[in-house]
Design a protein around this ligand. Structure first.
Ligand code: SF4
Length: 429
């Protein structure tokens, strides 16, 4: 990753990286004239994050033409003031401080806040309310886990250093041999991660719920109905259950292939029902491989300000909670909001078509530190600083661990928090 002689670079050590949900805090970044020249240890996603082209102040826009930043703030304030139900989303792309200001703005203008990831389905908040959930930090996986089960996920593609830093190769206090002290099992569809595991259980999504019920029956010593899943899978699950029972510390690492929006909370609630009683025999937890950089932190800020996990509507005097009907994608798809304020992110390219079409019809205010890779044309485009590179603040890792990210160099554009504050002041005038 090194482009220049490192002796000529301005080196920043122990840098937290917002490139994905791992928020690795051990990077060394080399700068020359404020531009990133080297990223160590090598991680292609981190290099891509730091090196993507920033949005200059000259790209500030309002109503289809170039605008000064002051004019853009003013137009954004007019949009949120005029709207009956402005939607604020994409909050996981910015710092917790900027999210806090955004809730002030939504409160002032009677908006709807959705801090959940628009395309990654994560029912943790609701599952905590129903069955409860045994979770763990990434540090516990690193230090303790001697059995790691990757179910419906592929960290070797989506979270490049998870494998080396936490779940497979890392040497921990109770797994001093690292990889040699860990047993790794993959479940689901084959991918790069499952190929590198010690064992793989192919599992079609249509069999997932039956397989979870089967594991729960094994744990509770209830009658088994192996016919529903076939003999081979019955044997594989019996072996997995024995591995879990005999482990010192097991972890289920889950991704989109496990969580599946169409299955709602059922798979996660069933797994939670398996993991909790296993603590009578061993120890273990569930870890969700969440995207980054700050979706967990954004949800936490919304919860602390409104009392509700993930999102709330502030259109009336008190916050109201209806996660099944107030997700950003649903509101947009049903044309139930008349303006949107959002932070751009890679998920924009995967928004459902109906939501994308709705965004094209209503006034939009977009905060961006890189160019939006989606076919939406914002009414107001406000360039902002990039978290962890030109902007500082707090972001939470996928395991809810808050970390300070810091600015490594200056920028001509405002921070996200400053930009929202400026709009809030104009909307309050
Ligand atoms: S794994 Fe993620 S957080 Fe860690 S260095 Fe790579 S992109 Fe950054």
């Amino acid at each position: 990753m090194t482009n220049a002689d490192s002796s000529q670079l301005e080196l920043h050590h122990d840098v937290p990286c917002p490139g994905c949900g791992c928020l690795c805090d051990d990077l060394t970044i080399g700068l020359a004239d404020g531009q990133v020249q080297s990223v160590e240890p090598a991680c292609a996603m981190a290099a891509a994050y730091y090196r993507q082209k920033s949005v200059p102040l000259t790209d500030c826009q309002a109503d289809g033409g170039a605008a000064s930043i002051e004019a853009a703030y003013q137009r954004a304030a007019e949009i949120v003031q005029a709207a009956k139900a402005p939607l604020f989303f994409g909050l996981g792309e910015t710092s917790s401080e900027a999210v806090r200001r955004t809730i002030d703005l939504a409160d002032r203008t009677g908006g709807i806040v959705d801090a959940t990831h628009p395309t990654f389905y994560d029912p943790t908040g609701r599952t905590l309310q129903t069955t409860g959930l045994v979770t763990c930090s990434l540090g516990e996986i690193r230090q303790r886990a001697d059995l790691v089960i990757f179910w419906g996920c592929d960290p070797q593609t989506t979270h490049l250093r998870h494998w080396e830093r936490y779940s497979a190769l890392a040497k921990g206090r109770f797994v001093p041999g690292g990889r040699s002290d860990r047993t790794l099992v993959g479940i689901g569809s084959p991918n790069k991660t499952t190929e590198a595991c010690d064992a793989f259980i192919p599992l079609d999504t249509s069999q997932q719920v039956a397989a979870l019920h089967h594991l729960i029956s094994l744990a509770q010593e209830k009658p088994l109905h192996g016919a529903a899943i076939g003999e081979e899978l019955t044997q594989q699950l019996a072996q997995l259950y024995e591995q879990v029972r005999r482990s010192k510390y097991f972890v289920f690492v889950l991704g989109e292939g496990f969580l599946r929006r169409e299955a709602v909370r059922i798979p996660l609630e069933l797994l939670a029902q398996l993991v909790r009683p296993m603590h009578e025999q061993t120890r273990g937890a569930i870890s969700i491989l969440r995207p980054g950089p700050n979706w967990v932190g954004a949800g936490g800020v919304v919860a602390s300000r409104t009392g509700y996990p993930g999102g709330a509507t502030l259109t009336q005097a008190v916050p109201q909670f209806d996660p099944d009907n107030l997700s950003a994608t649903k509101l947009l798809s049903q044309n139930r909001v008349d303006a949107a304020v959002l932070w751009e992110g890679p998920w924009l390219a995967n928004l459902p078509e109906a939501a994308r079409q709705s965004l094209a019809k209503i006034p939009t205010v977009v905060f961006a530190h890189r160019h939006v890779h989606a076919d939406i044309t914002p009414t107001v485009m406000i360039p902002i600083q990039r978290p962890g590179y030109t902007d500082s603040g707090t972001m939470s890792r996928m395991d809810d661990m808050p970390l300070p990210v810091r600015a490594l160099t200056g920028a001509e554009v405002p921070s996200a928090e400053e930009a929202v504050q400026a709009i809030l002041e104009r909307a309050s005038a």
